[in-house]
Design a protein around this ligand. Sequence first.
Ligand SMILES: Nc1nc2c(ncn2[C@@H]2O[C@H](COP(=O)(O)OP(=O)(O)OP(=O)(O)O)[C@@H](O)[C@H]2O)c(=O)[nH]1
Ligand SMILES: [Mg+2]
Length: 335
Amino acid sequence: MARDWSELFITEESDGRAGEEQAQRTAAPRQRGGLFRRLRESMAKTRQALGSEIQATLFGVLDEQTWDRLEEALIMADVGASTTASVVQTLEQEASEGQLEGGAALSERLIELLAATATVGDGRIDIRPKPTVIMAVGVNGTGKTTTIGKLAWHLHEQLGHSVLLGAADTFRAAAAEQLQGWAERAGCEIVTGPAGSDPGAVAFDAIAQARARGVDVVIIDTAGRLHTQDDLMGELAKVRRVIARQLEGAPHETLLTIDATTGQNGLRQARLFTQAADVSGVVLTKLDGTARGGIALAIARELSLPVKLIGAGESVEDLRPFDPEDFARALIAAE
Ligand SMILES: Nc1nc2c(ncn2[C@@H]2O[C@H](COP(=O)(O)OP(=O)(O)OP(=O)(O)O)[C@@H](O)[C@H]2O)c(=O)[nH]1
Ligand SMILES: [Mg+2]
């Protein structure tokens, strides 16, 4: 899984250079330390709720109550009933066999087990196709436009790829303006259409322009919609078909944004979006605003979809690639 931005994207240069990436990991420990600290801080609400229970259970006397309390704490943090049950069962089994002694060993193993269940595929984004088309979909207000802006900023400002944004949210007049603001901040181009116009036409035009100008990555914003609105879900499928007509194989990546504060309801949204829009990965936003951030660890198992990015705040630095182990550690490990 990707622990930082350069690891998230598969490029011509990074392809097949896993060894070198490993070297890079160890080469920049100071920067990674800073990112990890920031993750811990932004997850403070979940940490506080979960951390005290972990301390009280795993670092005390192990008895039947230990496992019940641990289960309860993980479920309260929205880790999900089936994920929690399987992880705690394994931990209890290994502890009873004497493989794990002491709170530190138990919590390390808990981190490892949670990280393993939260891993689907490598969670990376392949940007080798020229151009790569990324589409953002999701319920109203979940953070699509903000995520696109932050993603464009990292791709362009930090990694030097050219980016073009397509404002296919033609539903609200203010939507294109909001995306325009992000295009300016990220230093990238934008294609818009008149308010109320066909979103497919804007997406088509954006990709045509990106092809003509040799742009590396096109990111298409779409209007928020409820997973229960069949006509709007159908429209999303139509936009996808139009995109594929302009460029075979596109969209290469369809990112579903889920607001972490909506908890298990977010999972219900995701199931219906996955059916309509062939989602390839999840962006989990607003983790800073909830004590139930454990949902990041349940999504992979519940939906068989990788969480590729997490948002834990409103600044560009607060969007980051999701690494299950870093994440589980940030929630559980003692100071
Ligand atoms: N605290 C916090 N706020 C966030 C995060 N991500 C997005 N937001 C805020 O959530 C609000 C909605 O974000 P948008 O990006 O406009 O959401 P959207 O999905 O594009 O909304 P629609 O286009 O209306 O469907 C904005 O105020 C964002 O700043 C996050 O990770 N943390
Ligand atoms: Mg939007």
